[in-house]
Write a protein that binds this ligand. Structure first.
Ligand SMILES: [Fe+2]
Length: 512
């Protein structure tokens, strides 16, 4: 990985200041001498990072109208989380995943949406606010001055996803505790402790909610060779935990569940014992292309491993749905060849650098685990989707027909990081519908919202997108069966939001 310029944000700000000075100086000389860009023009390779410029502590509440009527049955709140604060004092992160978390609420009303957002006030944020600088490194940024890490929550930024439970939204990181946020005010209420025994243990950002509302999750502690498993009631009460042996469990971002099993896809990333203080977490992860992916199948009844499989090395952050088809478990997975190139793309996008690796290509696949013959295969899926798989969560663990993902269209500049289109793949016919937001927009995760009733796949797709030319974020609503027709309603906020990670929708009638 190339060395990173430490003051890239300051460099970019200086460039803008320089442009403004230049513009002021040339105004008397005539417009013909103006440079070819406006003072605040964002170049394509700066598009991603521009969303993190001057992020305030709070947004809104801001009410904006949709351009067309919303379906009358669509009512509720989209909660989203993501890294927001990338700069403090003279310190900057250079990796997207490092920023302090900000939880957003987009509440739908007839014809309008109200948006508000607040930083998650973790112990870390409060300590660094007081110090006026970042005190610790993070997932992808190392600092020479980093303080020691005594426990995972010392560096918890609560910035990956949300888990609505009752009147609260849990702001999720993956290597430490969830943080409790009031679902109405978005005020931070404190660290979530499910039980004294699990106090401070890692809790992943990708819990799976089964059709009864029961919450399944896991946590990993790098270097331990173990995973902790959680079985939690719909009301947030911890039912059971267990600890299982897990090879390659040094970074585990997501998992999948069927009606009977939990499935872990453990990739060949090894946590280095190098204790140099200025190394980030990702700096310490070493990819071994000759080592296998280990797949563990855990029986929900016993919370113990019942089957083990191996596959050739591949990397994946996210999984879609999984289900059992007779004696075969099928798992949708968004794969990539390895870890380091993706990390490099993220660092360069966050740091306003021209990328020197090509944009990601679609490699979505289905893992098939034959429980009878103890055989595992990785089978490509014919979709242009690259990442952020979503599906009809009412049917988590049983077969679903539609897989929604984020993708890149042909008109997205190679130097812009992220996605600009959404895909809807029909798993029965292999047909795909695509909507392209265009060259000047970075689209974030879009998620399925079910229509009333119990018809599988009937509902809407809802998601945010950031127009980096205008510095504006919009919320779009699609008919999930007709993605290719484009949004049925769009509401544009009067500001741009920091590009985030994951969300959940809470229907006005309750449930996700
Ligand atoms: Fe994720």
């Amino acid at each position: 990985m190339k060395p990173i310029a430490k003051n890239t944000a300051a460099t970019a700000i200086s460039r803008r200041s320089f442009c403004k000075t230049l513009l002021a100086g040339t105004s008397a000389a005539g417009l013909s001498t103006l440079p070819a860009f406006a003072a605040d023009e964002i170049l394509p390779y700066e598009a991603f990072a521009s969303s993190f410029d001057d992020v305030p502590e709070t947004f809104g509440p801001t009410r904006v109208s949709f351009d067309r009527p919303l379906p009358k049955d669509l009512s509720g709140t989209l909660y989203r989380n993501g890294p927001a604060r990338m700069h403090r004092g003279d310190t900057s992160y250079h990796h997207w995943f490092d920023g302090d978390g900000m939880v957003h609420a987009f509440t739908l009303q007839p014809g309008a949406v109200t948006h508000h957002a607040k930083m998650v006030r973790t112990d870390r944020l409060i300590a660094e606010e007081k110090a006026g600088r970042f005190l610790w490194g993070g997932f992808g940024t190392g600092f020479d001055h980093s303080l020691p890490v005594n426990q995972p929550d010392d560096i918890n930024v609560a910035n990956i996803s949300v888990l609505p439970v009752g009147d609260e939204v849990l702001a999720l990181w993956e290597a430490g505790s969830p943080w409790r946020v009031d679902a109405t005010t978005l005020d931070t209420l404190g660290r979530k402790v499910f039980s004294p025994e699990t106090d401070g243990l890692p809790f992943s950002a990708h819990p799976r909610i089964d059709p009864t509302g029961r919450i399944w999750n896991f946590g990993y502690l790098s270097g331990s060779g173990k995973l902790v498993l959680y079985d939690i009631s719909a009301s947030g009460k911890l039912n059971r935990t267990s600890i299982i042996d897990a090879p390659n469990a040094d970074m585990v971002h997501d998992f999948a569940i069927t009606d009977r099993y939990l499935v872990f896809v453990l990739q060949p990333l090894r946590y280095s014992s190098n204790t140099a203080v200025n190394l980030s977490f990702s700096d310490r992860l070493e990819w071994d292309n000759n080592a296998p992916v280990h797949v563990l199948v855990v029986d929900k009844n016993t919370l113990q491993t019942s089957h083990r499989f191996e596959l050739p090395a591949f990397f994946a952050f996210h999984m879609g749905n999984a289900w059992q088809d007779q004696s075969t478990i099928r798992i949708e997975v968004a794969t990539a060849p390895s870890f380091a190139p993706l990390m490099q793309q993220i660092v360069q996008a966050t740091s306003r650098q021209q990328p020197d690796t090509p944009p990601p290509q679609p490699k979505t696949a289905e893992i098939r685990l034959d429980l009878t013959h103890n055989r595992a295969t990785l089978n490509p899926l014919p979709t242009s989707g690259i990442d952020f798989p979503r599906f009809d969560q009412r049917f988590t663990g049983s077969q679903t027909q539609h897989l929604f993902m984020m993708a890149r269209s042909g008109n997205m500049p190679d130097s812009v990081f992220g996605f600009n289109s959404i895909t809807a793949m029909d798993r029965q016919t292999d047909n795909e519908q695509v909507f392209d937001y265009g060259a000047q927009t970075i689209a974030e995760e879009h998620l399925f919202v079910a229509a009333p009733g119990n018809t599988p796949g009937k509902g809407w797709l809802i998601g945010t997108s950031y127009n980096w030319k205008k510095r504006r974020t919009a919320l779009s609503v699609f008919n999930a069966r007709h993605i290719g027709d484009g949004p049925i309603a769009i509401a544009e906020l009067p500001y741009g939001l920091p590009l985030g990670l994951h969300g959940q929708f809470v229907a006005a009638t309750g449930g996700v």
